[in-house]
Design a protein around this ligand. Sequence first.
Ligand code: NAP
Length: 323
Amino acid sequence: MRRKKLGRSDLELSVVGLGTWAMGGSDWAYSWGSQDDNDSISAIHQAMDLGINWIDTAPVYGMGHAEEVVGKAISTMKEKPLVFSKCGLVWNDKRKVTPLLKRESVKNEINASLKRLQIEVIDLYQIHWPRPDEDIEEAWEVIAGAVKAGKIRYAGVCNFNVDQLIRVESIHPAASLQPPYSMIERDIEEEILPYCATFEKGVIVYSPMQKGLLTGKYTKENIKQLSPDDHRKYDIQFKEPILNTNLWFIEGLKPIAEKNKITLAQLAIAWTLNRREVTAAIVGARNASQIGDTARAGDWVLSDVDIALIDSLIQERQERLIH
Ligand SMILES: NC(=O)c1ccc[n+]([C@@H]2O[C@H](COP(=O)([O-])OP(=O)(O)OC[C@H]3O[C@@H](n4cnc5c(N)ncnc54)[C@H](OP(=O)(O)O)[C@@H]3O)[C@@H](O)[C@H]2O)c1
């Protein structure tokens, strides 16, 4: 698996990393439906066996559950992967999630994550969402303090715009940004990627398969069968009128994947890695077989011809959505 340096940090990341959102399991607002912890642990072990050297998680994924599963999976490993977590989304007794970036809350979140993950230091600690916007500096100061105290190696952010990146920079340098990026979610290309390239910020993109949609396994029929607590049921990309155009788009990708003897999942991930500004892609998996497929995207590079073919499909998708 290829590796790339994360911005100006000394972290060398496999270009594919493992995401753990779905491993949080059911019974919370942004769940992916139920999930077997043994499958999650097998996926984590398989990822490491295939050359992936980092895991992305967050306290809110299953309200502590995904972090606990990661902690359990890596506790027995002699050589542990790099572990990335986040702060800023907290929950109450009724499992209601609220954005919170206040000083005491962030301090508590860092300590709680270290405990659940069963580690002494978190390799990359990120603000999950810039909400409330007026509190991002307050949270960032706490994170910078935790870097000095040795609880965190590097500080990063997720879902920030350029103005927000600039605001935190004067307090402490951000090692990286974690934004969404896929063939059908390209907002970062205009402003954010150029900023990250100029200021040498690592870029770790999330949802490269658009939450599984770009793997080609979803149809109008089986989306209806998704569990009622799978939040994708309510995601606009999985719903009409956009779904119809997305399914047309995926049909267009199939000959490109077939010609290269790769899966659609690998094609979708490799496409995000083609941008030189992108350090690595976080790939969600629910079992060993899924990551067994997707990890291979880290060893495969798209040709210019295929990039051009995909670009024209993306363009036509946009036009279909407008008309
Ligand atoms: N910072 C943030 O705000 C933020 C936001 C979103 C995500 N993230 C991070 O990024 C990670 C990745 O994003 P994501 O999980 O949203 O989306 P993704 O990686 O685009 O999709 C992952 C999902 O696709 C399906 N899948 C995976 N491999 C497959 C394969 N080989 N064949 C068929 N289906 C496959 C699985 O779900 P099914 O089997 O159920 O379809 C899996 O959970 C997350 O886990 C999380 O760590 C961060």
